[in-house]
Design a protein around this ligand. Structure first.
Ligand SMILES: NC(=O)c1ccc[n+]([C@@H]2O[C@H](COP(=O)([O-])OP(=O)(O)OC[C@H]3O[C@@H](n4cnc5c(N)ncnc54)[C@H](O)[C@@H]3O)[C@@H](O)[C@H]2O)c1
Length: 329
């Protein structure tokens, strides 16, 4: 939001504040350039009113996190899938009322009403792929449907299909973003995200709980880098109808992340290994490696993340100290 305002935009935010917090918007709301509508994306009337007159839509609303998805699979699946359906219904309705077409008449499918619809997907759609670096055109390797974890990826893939088929059949300008472990200020440990959780545990002097053997690797990216990349893509004509990985390709194991958090905080915490089955139930296996291939986004907008892992760790710690954020498990 701050980045959009800094670039001179006026913004309407629709969020049901289920995991989001009003205070995160305090500074931008004070600018008078941001309007907050507290509503569910499934509420057609409120959603249509929210997107009416906007040139660009960023669809981020979702139930997020493996913890939430495995604990409340039905709620998360419905929230994410219904959210996508509702969004594309609203786009079609608003577009057919007021969109511009080449002939000046109303445009089908909202194709003329919006400059870009940016849809947030996830690296989770790559599923169990073992490719050394995941490319946007790779096959997706989801696990079986009796394992709730995969319902998050399936809902995100459904959203991607909705966006891309609407683009193909009705000319709606869309861009799909696949995020890889984005972290930064204001991210709470409450929803189980590994980095804020480790920092919170280290601050309390409690053991850092590593799921599995900790050899699994991830690439953490700083929210500011991701936001700038997303805004550049939203404004770039070459990103229309395309899918992009976004994140960092600086790979680290979860065990090494825990060790770095302990070193940074000077904590007396030790590390405790917990089997996945104890955390998520019997059916969950973690993904051993998840590294994005960033050549597509680099090639189009010269994307290069500026903040490396040490900076990300420091920022996460400073935020928790400054805000005295509540610490969850
Ligand atoms: N952070 C990551 O590492 C990551 C990784 C992959 C994908 N993503 C995707 O990026 C997007 C943003 O994720 P985030 O990490 O900022 O999570 P977040 O929880 O901070 O943001 C999601 C927001 O959506 C709102 N929301 C949820 N359901 C809603 C509904 N039905 N109607 C209206 N608002 C609703 C929440 O209140 C919250 O403010 C999500 O779509 C997520 O799937 C994030």
């Amino acid at each position: 939001m701050e980045a959009l305002v800094a670039r001179g935009h006026e913004v309407r935010v629709l969020d049901d504040l289920s995991t989001g917090r009003r205070e995160n918007l305090a500074s931008v709301l004070a600018s008078g350039r941001v309007e907050l509508i507290v509503a569910q994306v499934q509420d057609q009337e409120r959603l249509r009113a929210a997107i009416e007159g906007c040139r660009t839509i960023y669809h981020l609303a979702a139930s997020v996190g493996v913890g939430a998805v495995t604990q409340h699979p039905l709620e998360c699946l419905k929230n994410n899938a219904d959210g996508f359906q509702s969004l594309f219904h609203a786009i079609e309705a608003v577009g057919s009322q007021g969109g511009r077409s080449a002939s000046g008449g109303p445009a089908a499918g909202g194709s003329g009403a919006f400059d870009r619809v940016v849809v947030f997907s996830s690296s989770e759609v790559y599923g169990k792929s073992t490719a050394p670096a995941l490319r946007e055109d790779d096959d997706l390797h989801l696990g079986p449907t009796h394992v709730p974890r995969w319902s998050y990826a399936a809902a995100k893939a459904f959203g991607e299909f909705l966006a891309l088929t609407t683009h193909r059949e009705q000319g709606l300008p869309v861009t799909i973003i696949r995020c890889f472990n984005t972290v930064g200020p204001r991210q709470l440990p409450t929803y189980g995200m590994v980095l804020p959780r480790f920092v919170a545990q280290a601050r309390r002097g409690e053991p850092l709980t590593v799921y599995g053997d900790g050899a699994q690797t991830r690439c953490f990216s700083f929210v500011e880098d991701v936001v700038n990349g997303v805004l550049d893509l939203a404004a770039h004509p070459g990103a229309d109808g395309q899918v992009f990985n976004i994140g960092s390709d600086e790979e680290t194991s979860v065990l090494s992340l825990a060790e770095r958090v302990i070193a940074l905080t000077g904590s007396s915490s030790d590390i405790r290994f917990i089997p996945y089955s104890d955390v998520y139930g019997g059916d969950v296996a973690d993904i051993q490696r998840r590294v994005p291939d960033l050549s597509r986004i680099r090639g189009l907008i010269g994307y290069a993340p500026r903040t490396r892992l040490d900076g990300i760790l420091r920022a996460t710690l400073e935020t928790q100290i400054a805000a005295d954020l509540p610490v969850g498990r």
